[in-house]
Design a protein around this ligand. Structure first.
Ligand code: C2E
Ligand code: CA
Ligand code: CA
Length: 272
C-alpha cells in the first residue's frame, strides 16, 4: 500500500532499456548483429594464434549500442542466450572456414553465466561445432569471475565445463585480477588460460607497484601451468615488459582493433 515514485532519471533509464530490448528482439530475428575479431599473439613466436569475437550492433533507429550497454540489458532480459547462440554459430562458422583454408586460428567467444544455467548448454555447443564443421579444439570460451562465482555454486555448470574441456575446448578466465576470488577459481574450474585485465596493462608503465603485481600474476599463472594472456596492450613498451615477465600471449590495439575477418586474414599472413 505504498506510493512509489520514479525519479526522472530512473524513468529515462527504464525507457531506454525497453527501447533497446524491443530493437534487440528485431535485430536478433533479422540477424542484424555483427561480429568483429581481435587477434591474440604468441609473444615468443610472434604468431597469431587466436582471435576473440566481439558482438557489434548498429541499429537503424537507435544507432550504435556498445557491448557495455547491450550485454547487461541482454543478461537482465534473458536475450543474452540468443546473442550467445548467434555469436557461437558465427564464430564456429568462421573458425571452420579458416581451418579449411589452412589458416590456423582458434576463436574465443565471451560467455555469460546465464547461458550455462541451461543444462543443455554443453550439448548445444557440441552440436553447433558439429553442424558448422568446426573442430572443437578451435573453440575457446572466455568466462568472467561473476561466471566463476555462480559456477562454484551450481555443480551442473562445472560439470558442463568439464565435459567441454574433455572435448578439447579451452576455457579462459577473463578479467583476471579484478575480482576477489580469482585464486580460488584457478584451482576449482577447468581453466587453461588466465587473461590479465586491461586495467593492469594500462597502468603498467605508470606504476612500479603495478609492474610488480603483474609480474607476480604472470609467475603465479605460470607456476600453476596456466597460459598467461594480457589484454589491452597498446604500446611497444607494454609489450616488452610483459614479454620480460614471461607472459605468453598478448591482445590489444597494438596488434589490431576488433576487425573484419578479411583484415584478420591479411594480418595472419603478416604474422604467420
Ligand atoms: P572483454 O571481454 O574484457 O573485452 C575487452 C574489451 O576491450 C572489448 O570491448 C575490446 O574491444 C576492448 N579492447 C580490446 N583491445 C583494447 C585495447 O588495446 N585498448 C582498449 N582501451 N580497449 C581494448 P567491447 O567490445 O566494447 O566489449 C566490452 C565487454 O562486453 C567485453 O569485455 C565483454 O565482457 C562484453 N562482450 C563483448 N562482446 C560480447 C559477446 O559477444 N558476448 C558476451 N557475453 N559479452 C560480450
Ligand atoms: Ca573477453
Ligand atoms: Ca577483459
Amino acid at each position: 500500500n505504498n506510493i512509489v515514485s520514479l525519479s526522472k532519471s530512473m524513468q529515462k533509464a527504464l525507457n531506454r532499456k525497453s527501447i533497446v530490448e524491443k530493437r534487440l528482439l528485431i535485430a536478433l530475428n533479422q540477424k542484424n548483429l555483427k561480429v568483429l575479431y581481435q587477434p591474440q599473439i604468441d609473444l615468443n613466436t610472434g604468431q597469431m594464434i587466436a582471435v576473440e569475437a566481439f558482438v557489434r550492433w548498429h541499429d537503424e533507429e537507435i544507432g550504435v549500442i556498445a557491448p557495455d550497454e547491450l550485454i547487461p540489458i541482454a543478461e537482465e532480459t534473458g536475450l543474452i542466450n540468443q546473442i550467445g547462440t548467434f555469436m557461437l554459430e558465427q564464430a564456429c562458422t568462421q573458425a571452420a572456414k579458416w581451418h579449411k583454408a589452412g589458416i590456423k586460428l582458434k576463436v574465443s567467444i565471451n560467455s555469460s553465466v546465464r547461458e550455462f544455467l541451461d543444462k543443455n548448454m554443453a550439448k548445444s555447443i557440441l552440436d553447433t561445432l558439429e553442424r558448422t564443421g568446426c573442430p572443437s579444439h578451435l573453440l575457446q570460451i572466455e568466462i568472467t569471475e561473476k561466471f566463476a562465482l555462480e559456477a562454484e555454486a551450481e555443480t551442473s555448470i562445472i560439470k558442463q565445463m568439464r565435459q567441454l574441456e574433455n572435448e578439447g575446448i579451452v576455457f579462459i578466465l577473463d578479467d583476471f585480477g579484478t575480482g576477489y576470488a580469482s585464486f580460488r577459481y584457478m584451482q576449482l574450474l577447468p581453466i587453461q588460460v588466465v587473461k590479465i585485465d586491461q586495467t593492469f596493462t594500462k597502468s603498467l608503465l605508470q606504476s612500479d607497484k603495478t609492474q610488480r603485481v603483474v609480474d607476480g600474476m604472470v609467475q603465479l599463472g605460470k607456476s600453476m601451468n596456466f597460459t598467461v594472456l594480457a589484454e589491452g596492450v597498446e604500446t611497444e613498451q607494454q609489450k616488452d615488459l610483459l614479454k620480460e615477465f614471461g607472459c605468453d600471449y598478448i591482445q590489444g590495439y597494438l596488434i589490431a582493433k576488433p576487425s573484419e575477418p578479411g583484415y584478420i586474414e591479411q594480418l595472419y599472413r603478416v604474422h604467420n
